[in-house]
Design a protein around this ligand. Structure first.
Ligand SMILES: C[S@@+](CC[C@H](N)C(=O)[O-])C[C@H]1O[C@@H](n2cnc3c(N)ncnc32)[C@H](O)[C@@H]1O
Length: 285
């Protein structure tokens, strides 16, 4: 109960400060709640992620950036601090400040923290979304291409963030349509999907911008399972294709596993949720 109250207070604190990323804060607090509640179910996924990163990152270069570092559940921080001169944690969710400050107390200034939107465009797009006066303007605006972003580290890890980019953006567009009374027509739904796929693609291109080594951990599909583990429903996690290759890079490591997000009966009677996760390490050719 006290953890739940602490989470509510964290949310309220950021809401009162007018934090523009409240949807991400709320999602992050949801991750924290599930990680604590379903600790046993989550451990194999967190172990698999940590060991994939540990086994597939080489030392050297200008350091390593972890995009979507979050609460560091799936980050092999000790191993990375021993291997790299600089480790940079990147996330949009500023409610992580206390967790990251604790880590900095242990590791000092070689651990860099950056609160930043990895798409580089959400704040601007949000403003433009709200400036739209008709669904026609919205359709027009959602055709835009997001920019490439630079991460100036030689190793970049995209840490289960790819499937969130489209979903979080879609939810913002839906919320805007509802608040302005725009119909969510099939045409709007289609263009939201196109826009979300472009955000995913721009993220992948951004990873390839400067890095010589990319580690990508990303959901491939979301599965609802029944009482005996049978598949009740399954959907692709990404709007675009799962990136099996990245141009200019070769694949040097790969793995896949299941992440039992919610065990059967954990939140819905007789049902649970599993994410199929894939990991790849790409090296510049
Ligand atoms: C599924 S979590 C990864 C788990 C995380 N490593 C942990 O241990 O808590 C994805 C993370 O990506 C972050 N994220 C999502 N979209 C983002 C964006 N556009 N820019 C920066 N961070 C983002 C979220 O805030 C969240 O912490």
């Amino acid at each position: 109960v006290s953890r739940s109250i602490a989470r509510h207070l964290t949310y309220l604190h950021h809401a009162m400060k007018g934090n523009p990323w409240l949807d991400f804060i709320s999602m992050g607090l949801g991750i924290q709640r599930r990680a604590e509640r379903f600790k046993k179910s989550w451990e194999p996924h967190l172990d698999a992620t940590r060991s994939f990163i540990e086994q597939n990152t080489r030392t050297g270069g200008s350091g390593i950036a972890l995009l979507g570092a979050g609460r560091l559940y799936d980050v092999p921080l000790k191993a990375l601090m021993e291997r790299f001169d600089h480790v940079c944690l990147v996330d949009i969710d500023s409610s992580l400040a206390a967790t990251w400050a604790e880590a900095r107390k242990i590791w000092g200034p070689r651990l860099i923290t950056e609160f930043r939107d990895v798409t580089g465009v959400l704040q601007e797009w949000q403003g433009r979304l709200h400036a739209c006066n008709s669904s026609r303007e919205l359709l027009w605006f959602l055709h835009e291409n997001p920019p490439r972003v630079t991460f100036s580290y030689s190793t970049v890890v995209s840490l289960n963030i790819l499937s969130q980019l489209g979903v979080m953006w879609r939810d913002r567009v839906f919320a805007c349509c509802r608040s302005k009374g725009f119909d969510i027509s099939p045409e709007i739904e289609h263009i939201i999907a196109v826009s979300s796929a472009r955000l995913e693609l721009a993220h992948l291109e951004s990873l390839a911008n400067d890095a010589s080594e990319i580690v990508l951990v990303a959901d491939r599909s979301f599965v609802t399972i029944g009482r005996r583990g049978e598949v009740v429903e399954q959907e692709d996690a990404l709007y675009g294709p799962w990136p099996d290759t990245i141009s200019g890079f070769t694949t040097s490591g790969q793995a896949s596993w299941r992440w039992e997000i919610v065990p059967v009966g954990g939140e819905v009677a007789h049902q649970g949720t599993v994410h199929e996760v894939q990991a790849r390490c790409f090296r510049r050719t």
